[in-house]
Design a protein around this ligand. Sequence first.
Ligand code: NAP
Ligand code: MG
Length: 481
Amino acid sequence: MNSKNLKANLINGEWVTASDGQQNLNPSEPADVIGEFSRADEAQVSTAVEAAADSLDAWKNSSPQVRADILETVGTRLIQEKDRIGRLLSREEGKTLAEGVGETVRAGQIFKFYAQEALRVSGDAVASLRPGVDAEVVREALGVVGIITPWNFPIAIPAWKIAPALAYGNTVVFKPAELTPACAHVLAKLLADAGIPAGVFNLVMGSGSLVGKALTENPTVDGISFTGSVPVGRQIARASLETMKKIQLEMGGKNPMVVLADADLNLAVEVSINAAFFSTGQRCTAASRLIVQASVFDEFVEKLSAAMSSLRIGNALDPATQIGPVVSRQQLDSNLSYVDVARGEASDVLGGEKLDLPGSGYFQSPALFVGTSNDAVTSREEIFGPCASVIKASDFDEAVAIANDTKFGLCAGICTTSLRHATNFKKLSATGMVMVNLPTAGVDYHVPFGGRKASSYGPREQGHYAADFYTTVKTNYTFAG
Ligand code: NAP
Ligand code: MG
């Protein structure tokens, strides 16, 4: 590894390279090497954690205006530089340019939102049971927070963890996904440029099995906020319990989209295309089970497959592209093996072919598993690609039962023009989020994000609800004498 060109970790305010590095490739065109990024070793992780611990008191006791100003500066830079950073995001992750730029703007908005939240930390003054005694409830920073993120939203997810962590006075050690270190590196650079004090924010790039594991096992880390798969979430939960860390886990989904006979079918098709296939289906909130009422099943499938065949799949950086590549060779192989499984489960499989396009990227056509059962492997496991089951339901009640019959519980959608069905669906869905006549993916940043069952564990993310994870409550009693 040529250490001269190795992108560095940020540890205790210094940019330090590791002895080992990893190439970051463009999934639209794997011969395009974006850069070589440091892979931290265990010693670098513990130096970063110590630096975060040493800088904690000064940061949590700093004026909230100091924290607000830094977050505001980062937010402004993200929005000003949305085209440069959005392009880099699309180049390393493979989502379209419009999605890459949109995600960068979202990250900027999140930083600006939490800049203001730094000024809104409040508590309660409560009458004590004892005369002459005052009781007060205050919120304090949780402490040193480890942040571990996936590759699929490489700037927005880090933003919605790092910004509230810093706003509420925590110090951070951030481990991004190894597939997408470039966006993480940009974010670290923006924080350093904005004047974040040494040690308050640290970037340690590298693998989950080494860097992620070292962070979760370090006894000085007070909390871990993780987004990723269920098996890794479970491992982190176990390791965190050993040292009694607070945890926040956002994991997978197998989100249903119910289409009733009374739906506007054109809208239902538009919503389903977006929810199932945009961002190459690589969203935890993607709809991967389309549950369609029997009387409109054939018409819906016909309209959906016509819409699918007009989708433009190609290089993420081509402005005409609607669906970019799958993130990696390994993920593409996994998707295609699920398509093979679906051939034995569904009455018909549409699409799901490997595409040989210029650039030799990891391209596939979106796949529909028509007339499959909710018990099928492809309806139960999260595929995390542009693949959706279409499942028949006789009526509203059966559709709801199928929608809830899954180990996941992140988001559920329904397309209907009936107020009664929409209202009941919102009540009956065993999920953290419900969408009516909207794609399951696509959320606001000032309201809670998260799910139930195997999809989420611990307090919600986003909005002011983020304070439930990033702060801890203290109750003070005072007798004035
Ligand atoms: P992943 O494989 O679980 O990895 C997530 C992060 O954990 C990565 O940074 C990974 O490092 C790290 N990691 C791996 N093993 C670890 C260990 N033993 N200890 C600590 N950290 C470890 O997930 P992914 O493949 O990146 O992302 C896809 C998954 O994320 C899907 O299941 C998707 O549904 C989920 N997701 C959920 C949400 C949500 O909010 N609910 C949002 C987006 C994505 P590496 O760099 O080595 O991979
Ligand atoms: Mg993974």
